[in-house]
Design a protein around this ligand. Sequence first.
Ligand SMILES: C[S@@+](CC[C@H](N)C(=O)[O-])C[C@H]1O[C@@H](n2cnc3c(N)ncnc32)[C@H](O)[C@@H]1O
Length: 282
Amino acid sequence: MTIDPDEYRAQSLATWGEMAPGWQDRREWMLNITGPINSWLVDKADPQSGQTILDIASGTGDLGFAVADRVGESGHVISSDFSPSMNEMARRNGEARGLINVEYRVLDAEKMDIDDDSVDAVVCRWGYMLMADPAAALKETKRVLRNSGPLAFAVWTTPDHNPWASVPAMTLVQRGYLPPPAPGAPGIFAMGDAARIRELVTNAGFAEPELEEIPFAFHYGTFDDLWDTLVRIAGPLAHVINALPDDERIATRAAIMQNVEPYRNPDGSYSAPAATWGVVAR
Ligand SMILES: C[S@@+](CC[C@H](N)C(=O)[O-])C[C@H]1O[C@@H](n2cnc3c(N)ncnc32)[C@H](O)[C@@H]1O
């Protein structure tokens, strides 16, 4: 099945706008689990005092805030997201943290209103694979970078290493609510293949990237907690689940509960494996 890119962009923008309150509510949970990924990306971007650094698809803004601490008050971070709701959330979070070196901008990564050769490094966590045209977004990224500055980004690896998302997604496919993933279509696993990442990155004008698979696990206190993440932060999966009529949503919840049983701990909590690619290119 081929997608209409403009239809996809409009739907994705609406979906992520709806996800903003969930991302804010689960911010500490997310930071506790995924903080090491932010640290990996910041280390690879290697921000220096006084530099200008762009965070693409910034969501809550936390990755950019870690960069802001490194560039210092003489430096500058552009925290960007295509969703105005996400961007506003990042602004509130940054202001609450007292950051004065962060600018908040609503920008679509596929076409950014940023000058050529104007930033020293770019970071992006779990953004590119969701974009209708990641090739265009990576070319835009290369365009705004100066002096062969680094791009450090994270994208999910393959479904077999990510049951936190692939088990619910597979359940939705089995129940006929989601088409099986089509090659080249945007989505959580669209850049899971290392060869695809290398191709996209080098075609955008970067040298051969360095890739590292970083395994971790999502922890949920109860099944209700796991379900909350699916319906309030999981973007494309949330969009499908939330559009279901009540009876089908209830049946889907039961089916997912059954399918995540292998990840239930004896105390009723859940630990679902996850793995992301950490990618750095110049
Ligand atoms: C999975 S969330 C990740 C948020 C944050 N980077 C993090 O890791 O916590 C994906 C984010 O990508 C943003 N996004 C999706 N497509 C985008 C695009 N074309 N341009 C800019 N942002 C986009 C969404 O609005 C959302 O905030």
